[in-house]
Design a protein. Structure first.
Length: 115
């Protein structure tokens, strides 16, 4: 008996090319029904709201939350904006050494000052 070795192309959703369209629509707070109608009317992709939701949920799993995608930063801006790695720690240590204790408010009990 011959065993199936599983050749062929791996499964790919028909919604895969429209992932950016779906994610931008979700950022604009469109419902799943509105997104599925847009995909059907504008792009000719026959899909249900539940199908779009399942695809999106599976595709986004393990990523950053929607709206928290990192924005690309240019190389020059990155080197100018970030201080050297140890300068933050040095500043923190300097602040601890030069910090003055806060003055405590005196306590009043029955017209007597207690410190």
């Amino acid at each position: 008996m011959q065993k199936n070795k599983g050749g062929g192309k791996p499964f790919r959703s028909k919604l895969e090319p429209y992932f950016e369209v779906i994610s931008s629509a979700r950022r604009q707070r469109q419902t799943w029904v509105e997104i599925s109608l847009e995909l059907t009317n504008k792009y000719g992709v026959d899909c249900t709201a539940q199908g779009v939701h399942s695809f999106f949920k599976t595709r986004v799993k393990g990523r950053l939350p929607l709206g928290f995608e990192p924005t690309p930063i240019k190389g020059a801006a990155l080197t100018d904006a970030t201080p050297p790695a140890n300068s933050i720690g040095e500043k923190y240590q300097r602040d601890i050494r030069t910090r003055k204790p806060k003055a405590q408010k005196p306590l009043f009990i029955d017209d007597q000052i207690i410190r």
